[in-house]
Design a protein around this ligand. Sequence first.
Ligand code: CA
Length: 130
Amino acid sequence: MRRSIMGVIGVLGAATVALVASLSVGAPEADAAAACPANAVCFYESADFHGSMYQLPASGHASDFLKARFYNGTGVNDRVSSIINNTNYKVHIYKDVHYANQLGYGLKAHGNIPNLDWVYYNDMISSASL
Ligand SMILES: [Ca+2]
């Protein structure tokens, strides 16, 4: 009898641990902002640097966002809503692929824009370069 009670407690304990683990890992993931590394330019799917992220390649150029994917697999083209520029250079953004139709004057070195809606460029960027 004693052995079977211990067995039940063991099963419940394991289930509780599994539930706590899944909550602590799963809950923040949906809303946490992915950190933008040093010397990188990061494009985010949502405002306030939320959602999935795409980093400008080390070359400093991305001529065609139709070929780019956020970390979650979603296409980047016309889906960027916020940007962090952690480089020493200005980032230029364009409405169309191959650096056509520049949007504004660019994002200054070590600058960021939490919401592209503020400048009417939300879900519009199709290429970018330093
Ligand atoms: Ca576009």
